[in-house]
Design a protein around this ligand. Structure first.
Ligand SMILES: Nc1ncnc2c1ncn2[C@@H]1O[C@H](COP(=O)(O)OP(=O)(O)O)[C@@H](O)[C@H]1O
Ligand SMILES: [Mg+2]
Length: 401
């Protein structure tokens, strides 16, 4: 027998199992005005069938002694399949053994005695249905939290993958940049060698062709000058000789700027001495020179690098420092070549305050790097600027393919 009441589809489902039809009827009638859908079953087997087919029940109220089983066994079976459903025994048996067995075996939430107080019954029904609802809400919340957590885990995983992908990309870019930098440097080194070679050969040609023949002409004019007594002619010859002297001096200057012969012929120490004297004389800034380098054992690439860096540093002192004194020290220590050029001028301004298109210092640093060396420009505590160069003994020999 099954009697359904108040069936709206959304109301909590309650099942009552009792082999006494009068009891079933009475409870169903009693609960009718309340917001529950109530099913009635006259046996445990019928009860199970209803539970299986009618949806998720919130509450099962069972008699204790029934023809096919006892209430505790029945509720035990119910709990095995629907563990969340609230379970009540409604029985006339009130002895301790029955009570304990109902609670232990059936996992029963409440034990009501027959005859029952309707108010008490309603109280229990309301309480257990509310209890079920609260637990269901908590479960929903937990599963929502678990879903969110899972989502977070997935998002986190995706983020981690993204980060590691980006890191790999960046590393690849860094390597590409490094390669490109290396190639640029090789190219720079190659260009620099070409420039030096070209300067050297132009200087040689000017010296051998132009300067030599002009000197020869100068000798001829001098001897003519000694022999010619006619005043007018003597005077014009004197003018020509003056012009030739002047042109020879200009050629010497150009030659020195191109590639001082002294560097190739006498070595770095002599070339530095020549540079220091030339600079002091032109700018009236005395330079204290201390050079203990062994020019003969210095590779040409390093000698040229030191020479060019000194030229650039002197140009900066002349243009920017306002110094009235400078020092140049060059020495070698445990295979490393050092060059320190200091002035007592105003010191170097902060990077931001410097002119944007200044490549002199950069160029010096690049030259140093081409020899595997390093160059720093810094301010001295006593005021003024220091250019410090270090180059390992053996030069970097980079050959372009
Ligand atoms: N010896 C120095 N004393 C003071 N300032 C200096 C000195 N050398 C360089 N500077 C400063 O550093 C700047 C950058 O120098 P540099 O790279 O050689 O470029 P540039 O000489 O073309 O300006 C200069 O403009 C100048 O302000
Ligand atoms: Mg400069």
């Amino acid at each position: 027998m099954s009697i359904a009441a108040n069936h709206t589809g959304r109301e909590p489902l309650i099942l009552i199992v009792d082999d006494d039809p009068a009891i079933l009827k009475s409870i169903v009638r009693f609960l009718r005005p309340h917001p529950y859908t109530v099913y009635a079953a006259s046996s445990a087997a019928e009860g199970i069938e209803i539970l299986k087919t009618k949806g998720q029940f919130q509450l099962v109220i069972s008699d204790y002694l029934m023809p096919d089983t006892t209430g505790d066994k029945f509720l035990h079976e119910v709990a095995a399949t629907w563990p969340d459903v609230r379970r009540v025994i409604l029985s006339a048996y009130t002895d301790r053994a029955v009570l304990l067995s109902a609670i232990n075996e059936g996992g029963v939430h409440r034990f009501l005695t027959k005859p029952w107080h309707t108010r008490k019954l309603l109280e229990v029904v309301e309480e257990l249905v509310a209890d079920y609802g609260a637990e269901e809400a908590a479960r929903a919340e937990i599963s929502e939290l678990a879903r969110k957590h899972q989502l977070l885990v997935v998002t986190n995983h995706q983020l981690e993958e993204l980060v590691s992908q980006r890191t790999a990309d960046l590393e690849q870019h860094r390597q590409q940049l490094q390669e490109a930098n290396g190639q640029l440097r090789q190219l720079g080194s190659h260009m620099e060698e070409l420039r030096e070679d070209e300067r050297r050969s132009i200087a040689r040609e000017i010296h051998d062709e132009l300067a030599q023949s002009l000197s020869a002409i100068n000798l001829d004019v001098s001897s003519l000058l000694n022999r010619v007594k006619e005043p007018k002619l003597h005077e014009s010859l004197g003018g020509i000789k003056q012009q030739i002297d002047h042109t020879l001096a200009t050629i010497q200057r150009i030659l020195a700027a191109l590639r001082p012969q002294v560097l190739d012929e006498l070595g770095l120490a002599a070339a530095l001495e020549w540079l220091v004297n030339d600079f002091s004389r032109r700018n009236c800034i005395p330079v204290n020179l201390e050079c203990t380098l062994d020019s003969k054992r210095l590779p040409l690439q390093i000698a040229t690098t030191i020479f060019r860096i000194t030229q650039e540093a002197f140009t900066n002192i002349m243009r920017h420092s306002g110094a009235y004194r400078a020092t140049l020290r060059a020495w070698q220590e445990q295979g490393v070549v050092y060059l320190a050029i200091e002035d007592n001028g105003i010191g170097i301004p902060d990077k931001e305050q410097r002119r944007p298109n200044s490549f002199g210092i950069l160029g010096m640093q690049e030259r140093a790097a081409l020899c595997n060396g390093s160059l720093t420009v810094s301010n001295l505590e006593s005021g003024g600027t220091q250019v410090m160069l270090q180059i390992p003994g053996e030069p970097a020999r980079e050959v372009l393919p």
